[in-house]
Design a protein around this ligand. Structure first.
Ligand code: C2E
Ligand code: MG
Ligand code: MG
Length: 581
């Protein structure tokens, strides 16, 4: 070993005790030997190990590069050109630094070399040990730097888990291996059930601690080869690959559920966090699905199980696939519905108990699609909520209702308050109250003419900041009703503090009120509760006089149902108003 060499800066090889592994790709043995000689001079012989590949077409070059620290590649290798090889391996994900060597200095090649992914470009006659030492050190430092940047781009800062970008890439790769390895893949999408209430009740530091602890537990629950990612907010994903038996996936599911059994400690408190999990399994027998298909399936299962509490988990099954395809078509068509003028409103009158005169109406959304088919709200509203286009649709409903009221007022028609149904996503959206206020002002409509209906389930799940929106609008004069009352879980203490003026008893209790003792009892309790809290009762879905007479209502309560009127077009409502005032 030439002692002079120690004058060169020490090379830092990551793998302690290992040599620097250099690959030389050159079809000319004399050139190879000359580069090798210079390399050995540039470092000490016990620091460096040189491999020679004469014909790169005969080897798996990406794999070979992976097992080396740096590669020197000749520009002319028989029929092949060095830069084309560099381009190809770079496209296949190679990150090992590659230095291009040429016989002559050529500006064109110089330009292309860096474009295609070469870390440097040297002419053979300028090579010296000093130059090689420097080029190698700089290339390796660059690679380390690139690795750090990649890590930053692919990880979530709070939890250290992989982020959505890496998740998408990894799932795509994992899906491509299912057939080749003849194994199962499972994707679990995990959504924390009560995360928002932890944030609201204990603060964001507690929320961060929960996310970090859950992340660590998830990582401990899986194998090294499985991938855990944070998809955003309180949503995580786990990709399990290479399982031979479906039962293995069941065992894994149990391990993941167990992550949520123990409480998380935060400042001497025990925080319990539950999760809902949707699972999609890909088998080698099925045709290869895309990333978005598998995610959609797991999401769909999650959506169905969400909110059932107690660490619920649901496997996507093939029967759901048809429903999902239909929902996807519906979602696509729905995004066009507003611009294509396919949405319109019907208005269903509400009458008073005392004299059956009209005292209000409910705006009900209707959709006649491009093929002229009428699609029921119960079918398309859930789809609109999932795709969040309910936000745009909801704004349209409010705007259209106000515009319609202004139109009636301009015609000198004496109108009644109109109720619109509000989706929980709408009140959670920033600026919801402000948008309503602006719309009322735009059409010069008094707030007491606009009623807002929100379902019991949505209201009770909503958060403190949602209460603000409710209060803001109530202070303006808009009235809130709880729709479909009796189907969710109400907290009496919340009922008392929310700015609610009406309770609408769900139609399901009215349908069988004459025959079902329990429906009758529930209606009686709801009516008694409303009386105590000074709330008006609205009974919806009344179709017969018998149903009406089974209810112990007060004269100021309200009735809605086919017995009085079906939902009407705007014009028909005007006639109804004139006849029923
Ligand atoms: P909802 O708000 O509880 O509306 C009452 C539903 O019961 C309406 O169905 C109405 O047509 C129906 N109905 C009223 N009286 C009777 C009756 O006597 N017998 C029977 N069998 N049905 C009666 P529709 O219009 O199909 O709406 C279904 C649901 O879709 C609504 O339930 C509401 O939750 C939702 N929805 C409708 N329009 C909108 C909207 O603009 N925004 C949002 N977010 N949801 C809406
Ligand atoms: Mg309603
Ligand atoms: Mg209802």
């Amino acid at each position: 070993m030439d002692r002079q060499i120690s004058a060169f800066p020490e090379i830092k090889v990551e793998k302690v005790g290992c040599n620097l592994l250099v690959l030389i790709i050159d079809d000319d043995e004399v050139d190879f030997l000359s580069v090798k000689r210079l390399l050995i001079k540039a470092f000490s012989p016990d620091q460096i190990e040189v491999t020679w590949t004469r014909d790169p077409a005969t080897v798996d070059l990406v794999a070979q590069l992976q097992s080396h620290d740096i590669c020197f590649i000749d520009q002319n290798i028989g029929q092949l050109s060095g830069i084309d090889i560099i381009r190809r391996v770079t496209e296949r994900g190679n990150i090992t630094p590659m230095v291009l060597l040429t016989g002559v200095d050529d500006q064109q090649i110089d330009k292309k070399a860096s474009e295609y992914g070469a870390s440097d470009y040297l002419t053979k006659d300028e090579l010296t040990p000093q130059l090689l030492n420097r080029v190698i050190r700089f290339s390796l430092a660059q690679k380390e730097h690139a690795k750090k940047l990649t890590k930053l781009a692919y990880t979530d800062g709070l939890t250290g888990l992989y982020n959505r970008i890496k998740f998408d890439q990894s799932l795509s790769f994992a899906l491509s291996t299912v057939h080749r390895t003849n194994t199962f893949l499972a994707l679990l999408i995990i959504d924390l059930d009560n995360f928002k209430s932890i944030n609201d009740n204990y603060g964001h530091q507690a929320g961060d601690k929960v996310l970090a602890d859950i992340s660590q537990r998830l990582q401990r629950a899986v194998r090294k080869s499985d991938l855990v990612a944070r998809l955003g907010g309180d949503e995580f994903a786990v990709i399990f690959t290479c399982y031979k038996h479906e039962e293995d996936i069941l065992a894994l599911k149990d391990k993941i559920l167990a992550v949520f059994t123990d409480p998380i400690s935060f400042e001497q408190q025990s925080l319990f966090c539950q999760a809902s999990i949707g699972i999609s399994v890909v088998t080698p027998q099925q045709s290869a699905p895309s990333v978005s298909e598998v995610v959609r399936e797991a999401d769909n299962a999650l959506y169905q199980i969400k909110g059932q509490g107690k660490n619920a988990c649901l496997f996507f099954n093939p029967l759901m696939r048809d429903a999902l395809a239909k929902a996807a078509d519906l979602e696509r068509a729905l995004t066009q519905a507003i611009t294509n003028n396919e949405l319109y409103l019907n208005f269903q009158p509400k009458v008073t108990v005392s004299d059956h005169k009209i005292c209000g109406a409910e705006a009900l959304l209707r959709w006649r699609n491009a093929d002229g088919e009428n699609i029921a709200p119960d079918t398309f509203i859930p789809v609109a909520e999932r795709s969040r286009c309910i936000l745009e649709i909801g704004r349209w409903v409010i705007e259209q209702t106000c515009r319609q009221m202004r139109d009636w007022l301009n015609q000198g028609i004496q109108i009644v308050p109109i109720a619109v149904n509000i989706s929980p996503l709408q009140i959670e959206e920033q600026g919801f109250a402000a948008h309503i206020l602006q719309t009322l002002e735009k059409y010069d409509i008094s707030p007491h003419l606009l009623e807002l209906e929100i379902t019991e389930t949505a209201l009770m799940q909503s958060l403190c900041h949602v209460t603000e929106s409710l209060n803001d609008l109530a202070q303006l004069g808009c009235r809130w009703s709880i729709d479909d009352f009796g189907t969710g879980y109400s907290s009496l203490s919340r009922l008392n503090v929310l700015p609610i003026t009406k309770i609408k008893i769900d139609r399901s209790f009215i349908v069988d009120i004459e025959t079902s003792k329990s429906s009758q009892k529930i209606c009686n309790i709801i009516i008694a509760l409303a009386n105590t809290l000074d709330l008006t009762v609205v009974v919806e879905g009344i179709e017969t006089l018998e149903q009406l007479h089974s209810l112990p209502l007060s004269s100021s309560d309200e009735l809605q149902g086919y017995l009085f009127s079906r939902p009407l077009s705007a014009e028909a409502l005007v006639t109804y108003l004139a006849e029923n005032k």
